[in-house]
Structure formats: structure tokens, C-alpha cells
Design a protein around this ligand. Sequence first.
Ligand SMILES: Cc1ncc(COP(=O)(O)O)c(C=O)c1O
Length: 447
Amino acid sequence: MHTFDEQAEAIAQANIRYALERIRMDPPPLDGPIDAATLRERAGQTITAEGIGGERALKVFEEVLAPACISGDHPRYLSFIPAAPTEASILFDLVVGSSSFCANSWMEAAGAIFAENEALRWLSDLAGFPESSGGVFVSGGTAGNLSALVAARSAFRHRTGHQGRSAVLTSSGAHASIAQAGYVMDVDVMPVPGGPRLTGKDLTAFVAQLNKKDLARIFAVVGTSGTTNLGIIDDLEAIANICSAQDWWMHVDGAYGGAGLAAPSARPSFSGIERADSFIVDPHKWLFAPFDCCALLYRSPEHARTAHRQHGEYLEVLYDGEWNPSDYAHHLSRRARGLPFWFSLATHGTKAYSDAVETTISTTHAAARLIDDHPNCRLLAGPNLSIVVFERTGWTGADYDSWSEKLLASGDGFVVATRFEGKPALRFCIVNPNTSEADIAHILATL
Ligand SMILES: Cc1ncc(COP(=O)(O)O)c(C=O)c1O
């Protein structure tokens, strides 16, 4: 099992062949879910005392399991937040997988961490964070938001001595992971009344009516730079003003939309992000990296270090190192998951990234025009960043669901229903530069 013998050689050839064939597919098949009983029947018993052999296991994966997974990088996958990893990033993911370093400490993985930090630097510069800022790649936006808020609360407790149940403010458009972080941390998450965009007016009005006790237990405001449903960017400048007046931590969730910082046409809408204490952006969403990859950045990383560093007899030896990623989030052992992003960025250069993000924004504008011109559709929201929301006039929720199922089954696209102002609607999220106007027209023709 731990020798590169003939069996390993055969597995290597077969797996690399499969990986290359999959990467070369243009487009890959959309595929789709299958019920567990059918999968059980088709896959057979795969975990056995003697093993079924690499050849058979790969065959099961190729013929049964992979076709039961939707390809996030298909250009007509427009649901949720799609994936669009570059060829270079996927290929380097194979390299990272074959290099057994634990990238939690400088001692163990200085080279990998150095490169990850170079990629983080580019993101910090896009946001206008100072030289002294720094952070870490974590698994996703949910982990990034939680880790940032844990650091924020720790800083608050150290500064004020507050020990009771604390609270954060956010908008009604904030991602579900903020409420989830509140649940995990035993913190109240207070949505500011108003629309899905957190404005200075709504935030000021809400803060003005808070009682002294509540004001004393708030430690952060979470702004969103690109809400998941509508692509809306909160008034980050106003949030920064209120946070600095109240001495609150400002966190910006840019898991999806933060990539827009790279697009000159979108950058002005992020004004104020440079004053945040922390922000996240997921390269696995709109920055063309494979799953799972979220960049978490802190203006003053020492607060995060105080909150997240783990102590133990066998760990202390690590803490002379220059930069230990394990200090900056809720984790210890970690894959150098920022490296595929770094490799692709190094390969293609930052201009290619800006151009690719701009391409998807232009396609989204084209989609909005096509929707406007469609006899049965009506644009409800957007284009905001790379999202449009619209309705098929006269349809109920059930109509949307059955259309969506048929669209996937036919391999024509993957678009699920969302809700807009309480009513069912459709939403396109376009992060794949290979998604063309023709792809959008192809889907709209089925409405
Ligand atoms: C704004 C925002 N924040 C957080 C998340 C959660 O990210 P993840 O799914 O990587 O945990 C998402 C996911 O879509 C998101 O759009």
C-alpha cells in the first residue's frame, strides 16, 4: 500500500488519464443526482476486507459515481454559485495532493505558505488593506466568516472585559453562514430592518433606537459585498463610519462578490472595504480556483492569533515560525488549499483575472437584455455584479421546479428557483467566462 509498485503505477496511469480527460472536456456533461438505492445497486460493494483494486474502484467512480454529481464548471450551470477553475489551478491541485506537507506552520511548509501569502497579498492590495494585514486560506466562506467573527469577539472581550452574550449587526441579505456563526458562537445576530442592502440610513436609524445594554454588547457589523441571492453590495463606507464611531469590528463577507474587486468596472462599488477589520473572498467561487478555497484577511492579524492559536506541549515548538496559518482560523492541520489559486495567478497574471471577471459581468448584462426582450420573462433585480433575478410570468413555484428538473435532465442547463420578495423566481449567477450569450439564450428559449 505504501510502495510505488506495479499496482501503484497502473493506478497512476489510470487516474491521470481520467483527470486529463475530465479537464479536457469542453464542456463536461452536466450530469445529475441519482437516488441512493440505484447507486448502491450500480456501484456494488466497494468497501471489502480484500479491496476491489484501483482499476475497479476507478471504473465505479467513472461510470457510476461521477455521473451522479453535477459538473459545477458546465457553462450552463447558473444556480447557486457555480465553479469555473482554470486548467492551471486544477492541474496544480493534483500537484498539491501529491505533496504531503501540512501547511499549518512555517516550520512544516514555509515554501507553500510563502506562496499562499503572495496570493493573499494580491487580494489585500485589491481591497486596499495595509502592508501589515495578513490571513489564511480556509475551506469556504462559512469557515471564513466564523473565524473572523471569533477573532472580532475575542478582540472585543479583551478590550472591554465584556463576558455576557454579545451581538453583531448585519443586513437581511446577509448569507446564512452569518446566522450560523452566531448560533455556533452563542451570539445574537441582529438583522437591521430595511431592504437587502444595508444602507447608512437604515443602520444609523437602527443604532439610534438601541438601548444602552444592547449598544454595549455589539462587537461587529457584518457587511456583504455581493449578496448571494441578488449580488448587492452594502454601503461599506457608511458601515465603516459607524464602526469607527462605535469602536465596532467591521467584517465584510465577499465570499461570492469579493472577486468584483478585480474588475475595474465594479471596484468603485466596494468603496469603504479598505477600512474593514476583516474580509473574505472565496477563490473557489468567482476567482477560478477549485474547491475548497476561501481567503480570509485581517487588517491586524494579531487579534486573530490571540483568538485562534492552539496551545499544547507538542505545539509550542511551532511558534517561533514566521507565519503559521493555523493561528488565523478555527483549524490546525490544513491542506495548502491556496496553492492552486496561487499557481494559476502566477501562471496567467492578474490582468487575465481582471479580464475574466469583466467578461462574466458583461455576459450578465447581456443576460439582462435578453430577459428584457423575452416575451414571457420580466427582470426583477440586477444585473448586480454577475447576478440577475427574473420571473417567467404566470408561473407558480411548481412550474419553476418541474422546468428546472427537465432542464437538468436534458443536459441543457442547471438553474434552480429562488425567491424574490417572497415570490418564486429564477436567478442566473454567471462566474464562468465560458458562459456565452448563446448559452443564456439557449436556456431562455426553454421558457
Ligand atoms: C456571501 C456568501 N457568504 C458565505 C457563503 C458561504 O460560503 P461556503 O459555501 O464556501 O461556505 C456564500 C456561499 O455562497 C456566500 O455567497
